[in-house]
Each structure stands twice: as structure tokens, then as C-alpha cells.
Design a protein around this ligand. Structure first.
Ligand code: FEO
Length: 169
């Protein structure tokens, strides 16, 4: 496999674990604010990010490429209101989409069709993640200021359950 593609795939392992860390930080913030439903939603989001990291690891291993684990950065965002993590989450997903597209572009430039096919799932997943993150922001903007509505929204988010990724390597 092309060295640049290998490097980017390895870096993405770290980025996905960082995403898990970031979302756990957000979950902790909400649980601290007694918004356990929001906390549940982000705890599950963190589990999904860990799954993403594992899929990149498995793909590297399947291609006999050594996996290099790097230090995970400390999440350093300071949240002033319950809307802040939602905005940060939406922004973060757009950043992750750009990273996936960068790997895709590198794979395309060396005709690495196998990696492009592997990444297709992530391209679609990012579309869903951006849409989910935007929906969270919009719902909060609509209902977040009203305590009764916030209570119901929190209850709705408490019902999210974890499901394993549909992609298998
Ligand atoms: Fe692994 Fe939220 O993208």
C-alpha cells in the first residue's frame, strides 16, 4: 500500500479515538448538569467512535500494515451552556468528514480501489453523523430554552441504544 495512504489510515485511528474521548467529555459535562439523556446520547456516540477506530485498525491489520498507536489528545473545550457541546460536535463531525475525504483522495490518486471501497462506508457514515449532529443543534435551538421541552428532549435522548457498526472487515 502507498506510504501516504498507510500514514493517513494510521492517523485516522488516533482521530477516531480522540473523537471518542471528545464525546465522553461531552457526556460527562451533561451528566454533571443532570441532563443524563444527553449524557447517554454522547456516551453511545463515544462507543461508535471507538468502533470506527477499531475498524481502521482491523483494515490496517488485514493489509499487514503495522498499527502505530499515538497519544490521544486531552479534550480541551470549555462548555458554557448545554448548546455548546452540540455546536462543537457538529463542527467536529465536519472536520472528521474532511479527514475521511483526504484519505479517499490520497487512495484515489494511487488507484487504491480497495481502500476507497473500505472508505465508502465512512463517507456515508459521515453524512449521517453530520445530519444527526445538526438535528441535535436544531432541536436544542427550538426547544432548549423551555424547561418542559428540555425535559422531554432529554428523555428522548435517553432512549438511544448502542448498535454495532454495519461494516465488518
Ligand atoms: Fe468517526 Fe463521528 O466520525
Amino acid at each position: 500500500m502507498d506510504k501516504k495512504v498507510q500514514e493517513l489510515l494510521n492517523q485516522q485511528v488516533n482521530k477516531e479515538f480522540y473523537s471518542a474521548y471528545l464525546y465522553l467529555d461531552m457526556a460527562n459535562y451533561y451528566i454533571d448538569q443532570d441532563l443524563d439523556g444527553f449524557g447517554n446520547w454522547y456516551t453511545i456516540q463515544a462507543q461508535e467512535e471507538r468502533d470506527h477506530a477499531m475498524l481502521f485498525i482491523q483494515y490496517l491489520q488485514q493489509n499487514s500494515i503495522p498499527v502505530e498507536l499515538d497519544a490521544i489528545a486531552k479534550p480541551d473545550k470549555v462548555f458554557q451552556s448545554p448548546l455548546d457541546p452540540l455546536l462543537a460536535g457538529a463542527e467536529h463531525e465536519r472536520y472528521v468528514t474532511s479527514l475521511i475525504h483526504d484519505i479517499y483522495e490520497a487512495a484515489y490518486s494511487v488507484r487504491d480501489f480497495r481502500t476507497m471501497q473500505f472508505l465508502d462506508w465512512f463517507v456515508k457514515e459521515q453524512g449521517e453523523e453530520e445530519a444527526n449532529a445538526d438535528a441535535m443543534v436544531n432541536k436544542f435551538k427550538l426547544f432548549g430554552d423551555d424547561p418542559k421541552s428540555l425535559y422531554l428532549l432529554n428523555q428522548e435522548l435517553a432512549t438511544r441504544v448502542y448498535s454495532a457498526p454495519s461494516l465488518t472487515i
